[in-house]
Design a protein around this ligand. Sequence first.
Ligand SMILES: [Zn+2]
Length: 311
Amino acid sequence: MRAILTYHSIDPSGSPISLSASTFDRHVRWLRSGRVRVLTVEDLLAAPPADDAVAITFDDGFANFGEMAAPRLADAGLPSTLFVVTDHVGRTNAWGGVPTQGIPHLPLLGWDALGRLSEQGVTIGAHTRTHPDLTTTDAARARDELRGSADAIERALGRRPGVFAYPFGGLNREIAALAATEFRWSCTTEFAAVGAAVLHERVPRLDAYYFQRIADRHLDAAAEAGQDLEEHAVGGWRRVDQVHATAARGLRGLHADQVRLEVRADQGERVGGRVTAGGRRAAPLKDHRGGVAGDAVAAGPGVAAASGASA
Ligand SMILES: [Zn+2]
C-alpha cells in the first residue's frame, strides 16, 4: 500500500492539528525501522502501486516543524514535504485574523529557515497565499492564491514547487482544474491510501492525528504483554488497510476532520452524540472551521467510518 501521511503541528496542546513530541517520536521510530519505504511525495506517486511506501507531509509551515520535526526526520534520514502559506511566512496561522475554535495560534517559519530546510532536502510545497477555502473564492482570486504562492516560493527559494495542498481540503471541479494548471500534484484531505489510478489534482492523504490512538493502543497492549513495541507499530500501520477497506465498502467521504471527531468522542469528549441502530455512536461532526459536516459512526475498535459529505 502507498500512503501519504499528513501532519500539522508538533505541540503539547492536544488540538486537532497537534501531535505531541512523544507520539511523533514513536511514529519516527517506526518509520525509520525499514518496514516501509519512506519516499518524497513525487517519488511515492511514481512508485509501483503495490509498493509498501509512505510519504510524510506537514501542512502550514509551523515553526515547530523546524524545531521538533525536521531534526528528528533528518536524524532518521526520512524525506518530508512542508506545505507553506506564503503571505503568512514568518507570521502565524491566524488565517484572516480570525481565531478558530480549538486551534492554537502558533508561529510559522520565516523564509530564512525555509531556505535552510530546503537546502537540507525538505521539499517546500505550496498551500496558497492566505489559506482560504478555495471553494468560497472567485476564479481570479483562486488563481492568484495558487499561482501567487508558487511565484513566492520560487522567488524566495529559487525552486518552483511541484506539489500543492488544498487549505481545509477545499476543492471542487473548477478549483481542481486550476490547481492542475499550476502544480504537478495537488493533495487533498480525503482519508485514503493512494490507489493505482490516482488523479494528479486529487491525491488523498491519511491524517496522522488518527494514528496517535492506534499507536497508543498498540503500545499500551505491547506494554501489557511485554512484547516488542515495533511489532505492534507495524500492526498499527496494517490497520490502515482496514480503514481503507471500510471506506471502499461504500463509506466514502472519510475525511480527516470526521476521523478526528470520532477519536475525540472516543476519548470521552462531549460531542452531543447519539446512538445508531447498531448500538454504535454517531455524532454531529465539526470541521476545523466549526461547521457541521456530517455524521460519524464508530465502526469498531480502531476503525472510524463516516458517512455524509465534508468540506
Ligand atoms: Zn492548512
